[in-house]
Ligand binder design. Structure first.
Ligand code: NAD
Length: 360
């Protein structure tokens, strides 16, 4: 298969971790007979340094011409980097929001998987972590409270602020379809999270999700109120496969779910639109404190590349191979500094990438 992959190395540790993900992809290409064409794209601080702005039309058009984009991370140290002397709309993060909007990336996916070898980092009680967990949070990314009309005014002498939470059935249907499609590639369970006992938007959400579910009879659908879900994530995370939810609930729950894994350097993510296109990136930031020192953990980026193989290119076998290689390297006791534990072999960014590539 021939795949056009946009590559945004980005800032801080971005270039180091992306280099390792490309190393692993190149090994996949050799082993399975694919051709990956890479196009380097500028975003964030790296784009400010060259063009004075964090996102150019050229980057948007070049990204659109690719099948998928693999990204490191963008941004710098807000206290010391000159990028943060600029007005907010010209800072690195504005580039990320801009490209998500330009590419209509409405579905955000964040897996939370507990590796047996990293169980010690899990902050949950031992009897809970012993059961392990493997879930995927699917969050609506371009609607709801964060995008609704808002105002702050004085009403009868009292300061009053209003935010609007609105969803229409099309917005709900397109992400629900995505969630069911993805569940078909996993354990075929979708838990839709809402607050339908209080909110109209949640009642519509629930109705539309049920309508979509009718097209996927192999997938088991359940509903859960968001407050209960927040509790269940720490009491019994093993029960979840795909969690589908709206923007604000997903913002909070996806952070909670990822933090119970205990390892920020291991967390991948994807943002999808209604074509096969996706932007794949680690959940962590650009870690300027360790940039350029060969200390960053490249695994979140490597696992993001595996998501790209699975969700954009439908290369499930290849994605499985990357994930298995990561598990194998951990089993053999290799760790970067952020996930090290007694008795393990500590390696740098580049060596970790090579170890994983060698096991494809
Ligand atoms: P961060 O995730 O970059 O770092 C938090 C801590 O985790 C740091 O101590 C860092 O060294 C460590 N860390 C993060 N990733 C690691 C890895 N792969 N291996 C080992 N250690 C790792 O968060 P921050 O410090 O709050 O933000 C730094 C910059 O990143 C800021 O400019 C922020 O805006 C940006 N950021 C970008 C994205 C993105 O590109 N999507 C996301 C979050 C933050």
């Amino acid at each position: 298969m021939r795949c056009r992959i946009g590559v945004i190395a980005g800032d801080g540790i971005g270039p180091e971790i992306v280099r390792e993900a490309v190393k692993v992809l190149d090994q996949v290409a050799v082993k399975y007979g694919h051709e990956f064409d890479y196009t380097e794209l500028l975003l964030g601080g790296a784009s400010i340094d060259v063009h004075g702005v964090p996102l150019t039309e050229e980057t948007i058009q070049a990204a659109k011409a690719c099948d998928a984009v693999l990204m490191g991370s963008i941004g710098g140290d807000a206290k010391t980097s000159p990028w943060y002397q600029l007005e907010p709309s010209r800072r690195p993060e504005a580039g990320l929001l801009g490209i998500r909007k330009a590419l209509n990336l409405f579905a955000n996916l964040r897996p939370a998987y507990l590796y047996e070898e990293l169980r010690g980092a899990c902050p949950l009680r031992e009897d809970i972590s012993a059961a392990g967990f493997d879930m995927l949070i699917m969050r609506e990314l371009t609607g709801g409270l964060y995008f609704g009309a808002r105002k702050t005014e004085v009403v009868d002498g009292v300061r009053t602020a209003v935010d609007t939470l609105s969803y229409n059935e099309q917005e709900i249907r397109r992400i629900a379809k995505r969630a069911f499609e993805i569940a078909m590639k996993r354990r075929r369970k979708v838990c839709s999270v809402d607050k339908a006992n209080v909110l109209d938007s949640s009642r519509l959400w629930r109705k539309v999700v049920e309508e979509v579910a009718a097209d996927y009879p192999q997938v088991e659908l359940s509903h859960m109120y968001v407050d209960n879900c927040a509790m269940q994530l720490v009491m019994n995370p093993a029960q979840f496969d795909v969690i589908l939810t709206e923007n604000m609930f997903g913002d909070i729950l996806s952070d909670e779910a990822s933090m119970v894994t205990g390892s920020i350097g291991m967390l991948s993510s994807a943002s999808l639109n209604d074509t096969r296109f996706g932007l794949y990136e680690p959940s962590h930031g650009s870690a300027p404190d360790i940039a350029g020192q060969d200390r960053a953990n490249p695994i979140a980026t490597i696992l993001s590349a595996a998501m790209m193989l699975r969700y954009t290119f439908d290369l499930d076998k290849e994605a499985d191979a990357v994930e298995a290689a990561v598990r194998q390297v951990l089993k053999e006791g290799f760790r970067t500094g952020d996930i090290r534990s007694e008795g393990c072999t500590c390696v740098g960014t580049a060596e970790m990438g090579s170890l994983i590539a060698d096991r494809i």
